[in-house]
Design a binder for this molecule. Sequence first.
Ligand SMILES: [Zn+2]
Length: 70
Amino acid sequence: MSKKIPIAVPQGSKWCHGCQQVKPVQSFWIDRSKKDGRHYCCIRCGDRKALERAERGRMMNEVFLRVGRG
Ligand SMILES: [Zn+2]
């Protein structure tokens, strides 16, 4: 393994590069382009990114609403 992971990862688990901890492989998105078939970060980290995007979208909406209201 070439990537630096601070602890030993047991079988059936995977190191999440997003939250920097070991999680069961079931907690990772399936990514068939990857060698191990799973995304490098877990679903929660992926969700966080999606949430950030949604949050930004909502803020934009609020700005538009405020402007619309005058
Ligand atoms: Zn994570």
